[in-house]
Design a protein around this ligand. Structure first.
Ligand code: NAG
Ligand code: NAG
Ligand code: NAG
Ligand code: NAG
Length: 454
């Protein structure tokens, strides 16, 4: 009888009780990362807020201004009446051309599989009607719209992207935060009255499948209560089975603890990583928000973006590519063009990207080519993403070891390439004359190698 009960107990425990996570990194990090995230490879980051109104210098505009940054002081003196405050900008955050369905269509066309919208940056302005913000939010002032909710709906109704949210734990000038800081974070008024209620509200209301936390570095995660939040997220939240989180949850956690790692902005390690990472980077080379003073040379070309992407994916990462929309609610054509160029390339080469895995070699040491691979029912395919077209009519790849049945094709191009096996290692692919109208891309080319020995 006793043995029978014990068996029954074990049996039931196994079948019906899902694992519950404890608010410790050890427990939280035992949760497997939901597979959709690794398969997705590309996300689009959107930095939008009151900083989009001055749309000058940086999304840190307010902070720089308070700290006496010369350019920003001059900009304010030249263009605004004396006594103008940062809060005054909010009234001009009008988003009058904001068409979430159009945004969703552009996001879909970029080839991205998820989007991460800034819900609140360090300025503290919430892009949704938060119950925890009386007037510093997009509903009571400025747009008078639920910017977050409208995009969530459009993305879910019209695309196959997952919807995610960025959220800054700290706020530069929130008096409650400054008070806690003054108390050496022995009090938690700000966390309990602002950050945490906001996060629970965001998850319950909008069900984001990425929580991209930021702004945690001044205080330990015990102050932020982030492990408790993540345990709730994984155990009981409406997105518990699919949500992923990053690594910015408290001082010292970045690059060490959380769901996947972001380490530093523009993290592109160019070497295989043993943990899932994401490279959060920007189309404007140095900035996250829309800047009216930007020139064409301030933006990466599609070729540069695709190169960074190939390196990132080859090493096991995702890329989160940032756009900064205008305060009136549009993507400037330069951003739109980059997203569309990216999507055009993805459409041709997606076989080498989505759901791919790193290969044994990341970068070929003879050629500027980066590898991915994919196991299929008919064998393993290796993809060499070539970033520079050779000057000669052959392409030497050092890493692949061909078998007698290896075939070589280029994605988006019909026909097989002939090659010779090189000793001691590699293959030498003969490049035929390819007419301009037949070349699949002018940015990067993917060679598909089947049945390699390695
Ligand atoms: C937020 O406030 C509204 C009314 O203003 C209320 O109906 C709703 O229940 C509140 N939500 C939460 C999560 O407190
Ligand atoms: C602040 O708190 C930390 C522990 O969280 C402690 O190590 C440090 O000495 C404290 N600093 C001051 C100035 O009280
Ligand atoms: C390139 O890699 C191969 C193995 O894939 C190795 O045998 C060779 O020594 C490497 N060459 C250089 C220059 O690193
Ligand atoms: C590849 O083939 C070309 C043309 O046949 C030849 O000139 C070149 O030396 C070869 N490269 C290697 C590494 O074998």
């Amino acid at each position: 009888m006793a043995i029978y009960s014990l068996f029954l107990l074990l049996f039931c425990t196994n079948l019906s009780v899902a694992k519950r996570y404890e608010p410790t990194w050890e427990s939280l990090e035992s949760r497997p990362l939901p597979s959709w995230f690794d398969e997705a490879k590309l996300g689009i980051f959107i930095h939008w807020g009151v900083f989009s109104v001055p749309s000058y210098s940086a999304v840190w505009f307010w902070n720089y201004w308070e700290n006496g940054h010369k350019d920003i002081n001059n900009f304010m003196k030249r263009n605004y009446r004396p006594g103008y405050t940062y809060a005054d900008f909010a009234a001009d955050f009008k988003t009058e051309f904001y068409d979430p369905k159009r945004w969703a269509a552009i996001l879909q066309a970029s080839g991205a599989k998820y989007v991460v919208l800034v819900s609140k940056h360090h300025e503290g302005f919430t892009n949704w009607p938060s119950n925890y913000s009386w007037n510093w939010n997009s509903y009571d002032t400025g747009p008078h719209r639920d910017l977050v909710g409208e995009l969530a709906t459009a993305v879910r109704e019209t695309t196959d992207l997952r919807f995610g949210l960025y959220h800054s734990l700290f706020e530069w000038f929130n008096p409650l935060f400054l008070k806690d800081k003054e108390n050496n974070f022995t009090t938690q008024d700000f966390v309990k009255m602002k950050s945490m209620p906001e996060l629970y509200e965001l998850v319950n209301r909008y069900k984001p499948e990425v929580i991209w936390s930021d702004g945690s570095g001044q205080a330990p995660d015990s102050y932020w209560m982030s492990k408790e939040f993540i345990a709730w997220l994984y155990n009981d939240s409406p997105v518990k089975d699919t949500v992923v989180v990053n690594d910015r949850w408290g001082r010292g956690d970045i690059c060490r603890h959380g769901g996947y790692l972001t380490c530093n902005d523009r993290y592109n390690p160019k070497a295989l990583q043993n943990r899932k990472f994401e490279n959060p980077m920007t189309i404007d080379k140095n900035h996250w928000g829309f800047r009216r003073e930007a020139n064409i040379e301030d933006f990466y070309t599609s070729r540069e973006l695709i190169s960074t992407f190939a390196q990132t994916v080859s090493c096991g990462g995702n890329m989160l590519m940032n756009v900064g929309p205008t305060s009136y609610g549009t993507f400037q054509p330069i951003y739109e063009e980059r997203l569309l160029q990216f999507g055009k390339w993805m459409k041709i080469n997606e076989e080498a990207i989505y759901s791919s895995k790193p290969w044994t070699t990341q970068k070929d040491n003879a050629t500027n080519a980066w590898y991915t691979m994919k196991k299929t029912t008919s064998g393993t395919n290796v993809y060499a993403i070539l970033l520079d077209w050779p000057d000669k009519n052959y392409l030497y790849l050092n890493a692949p070891v061909a078998s007698s049945s290896t075939s070589i094709t280029m994605l988006g191009y019909s026909g097989y390439f002939s090659y010779s096996i090189v000793q001691p290692s590699g293959i030498n692919i003969t490049l035929p004359v390819i007419s301009f109208s037949k070349i699949p891309s002018t940015d990067a080319w993917v060679f598909k190698l089947t049945d390699l020995k390695n």
